[in-house]
Design a protein around this ligand. Structure first.
Ligand code: HEC
Length: 159
């Protein structure tokens, strides 16, 4: 696993220290900013994936530059490390406004693997994003699958 491929894994490891500090000071409300930040991060994934999905489906005319940019953005997003946004204790069992399941903090190796797969799938998309609508469509399953594999395991359904 490369340095860039483990954003959540690395984030979670360093987040342990941050979480201890937060728990000590009973600063539970400071989780709110981190939760908001990680959800915004996810929204950026979604926005860029939507650009690619629209072209893959033919809803939006294929544009090599826009496709390359969206794929590259997802690669960059998958390289962001923000441990404070994933502090232990910030799961949905103790906090409002988050769908992150406690299981995420109990399965670091698997979370790291799922993050690494997202990074790899995003790189694969970036590699073919300039090759036309069909190429994007071909890479879409793996990329979208990387998102939903993690959601299935670590995100509560919307209620
Ligand atoms: C390693 C795990 C993981 C991966 C990979 C992942 N997500 Fe998420 N995602 C989560 C978790 C956990 C949440 C819930 C966060 C919360 O509510 O605090 C979430 C929430 C979301 C949300 C809701 C954000 C909000 O405003 O509440 C969207 C949209 C989303 N993800 C899109 C994506 C897309 C698109 C991808 C792939 C490009 C992706 N995610 C990859 C774990 C992941």
């Amino acid at each position: 696993m490369g340095r860039n491929r483990t954003w959540i894994a690395a984030a979670l490891v360093s987040a342990t220290a941050v979480g201890a500090v937060l728990a000590d000071s009973h600063a539970k409300s400071s989780f709110a900013a981190g939760i908001k930040a990680r959800q915004a991060h996810m929204q950026l994934y979604s926005f860029n994936l939507g650009v690619l999905g629209g072209m893959a489906k033919g809803d939006v005319e294929y544009n090599a530059e826009a496709a390359g940019l969206a794929a590259s953005n997802i690669v960059h997003l998958a390289s962001i490390h923000q441990p404070q946004a994933w502090a232990p204790g910030s799961d949905n069992s103790a906090n409002e406004g988050t769908r992150a399941l406690p299981a995420l903090w109990q399965n670091f190796p698997d979370v790291g693997q799922k993050s690494a797969e997202l990074f790899a799938a995003a790189e694969a998309m970036k590699a073919v994003a300039g090759d036309g609508q069909a190429a994007i469509g071909g890479a879409m399953g793996r990329l979208g699958g990387a998102c939903s594999a993690c959601h299935k395991a670590y995100r509560a359904p919307e209620n």
